[in-house]
Design a protein around this ligand. Structure first.
Ligand code: GLA
Length: 333
């Protein structure tokens, strides 16, 4: 019998730097259990704590799936991030409608927001140390700062401030994050900075910025990532990478014929992860966690998205949960 090589633990190696997290769901806490417990010290529910899953109808809370994830984190003594309270997606229409199906008034919608935030944050107070309070409200392109949404239409821009205040009321100890994607794009970076700066100036309780970090083999560049970290850190808040994955394809690449990653992809990905984690380690004073949006290549939301019929391999561990070259680059320094 050949002796198995002992695989070092990523989260243990990174203890002097930041948490190493993974998004999990009610399936992967079983199918990836060993990997999750040995390599990660923080979890985020992939979908189970989004409004449509927690409160599908007004006053009808469905906590079963979220509870399973909370129990898994608690039993394995892992940190848990909450994701997410206020978002334009995966939020049921009833939040925004009156009983006749017409647009509800501002005060009704604010009350619903407050009830939702209070109920959810209070329930998980002992288990969840930080929340993505507001997700993705910045407009990607054009002069408008805020994305068009029902929250914005009905309540106006103050919905963002109220969300943070309600979360803070419900759990004054929770660390409250603003979370967004394309966060290293220079144009969007400036807008995120402007929003968060205005919240701080108004005394709104906000403690961190989540850089989703859905990236690929070439974009954004390391320089753009560094510039984003510097800019956000200048606000004096903590930063986390909240949804990291490195797609095996560049944005332009639409090929669907691959059944497994080529040697070239794996090499490029390892080099990318290597440079990325070197950079992240430089900023350990401001970065408190790096969470992957999954754990291993057997399951990723990038399968079939945005290209139908295409598998993806964005993580440090392969489909059999074995370390890829990327893993060794990140852990050997
Ligand atoms: C966004 C959300 C996540 C998730 C991803 C795609 O980044 O914040 O919750 O839905 O999209 O999986």
């Amino acid at each position: 019998m050949t002796k198995q090589v002992e695989i070092p633990s990523l989260y243990k190696k990174y203890e002097p730097y930041f948490d190493i997290g993974a998004a999990v769901n009610v399936k992967t806490i079983h199918t990836q259990k060993n990997l999750l417990c040995s390599q990660f010290n923080s979890f985020t529910a992939e979908n189970e704590m989004k409004p449509e899953l927690l409160q599908p109808e007004e006053g009808l809370y469905t906590f079963e799936s979220a509870d399973q994830i909370v129990t898994f984190a608690r039993e394995n003594e892992k940190n848990l991030r909450g994701h997410t309270l206020v978002w334009h997606n995966q939020t049921p229409n009833w939040f925004f409608e009156d009983k006749d199906g017409q647009v509800a008034d501002k005060y009704t919608v604010l009350k619903r927001m407050r009830d939702h935030i209070h109920t959810v944050v209070t329930r998980y107070k002992k288990d969840i140390y930080c929340w993505d309070v507001v997700n993705e409200v910045i407009n990607d392109e054009g002069p408008e700062l805020l994305r068009k949404s029902k929250w914005l239409d009905i309540i106006g821009p103050e919905f963002i401030e109220r969300a943070f205040e309600y979360a803070h009321e419900a759990d004054p100890n929770a660390l409250l994050f603003y979370n967004d994607y394309n966060e290293s794009n220079p144009e969007k970076r400036e807008k995120i900075y402007t929003l968060v700066k205005s919240l701080i100036e108004k005394g709104i309780p906000i403690h961190g910025i989540g850089l989703q970090a859905h990236w690929n083999l070439t974009q954004p560049s390391t320089d753009e990532i560094r510039a984003a970290i510097e800019k956000y850190a200048s606000l004096g808040l903590k930063l986390q990478l909240t949804e990291l994955d490195i797609s095996a394809f560049t944005f332009e690449n639409r090929r669907t014929d691959l059944l497994s990653p080529t040697a070239e992809i794996l090499e490029q990905q390892a080099d990318r992860y290597d440079r990325l984690f070197q950079l992240l380690r430089e900023y350990k004073e401001v970065i408190t966690a790096v969470t992957f949006w999954g754990a291993a290549d057997d399951y990723t939301w990038l399968d079939n998205f945005p290209v139908a019929g295409r598998k993806n391999w964005p993580f440090l561990f392969d489909e059999n949960h074995k370390p890829k070259d990327s893993f060794w680059k990140v852990i050997q320094f």
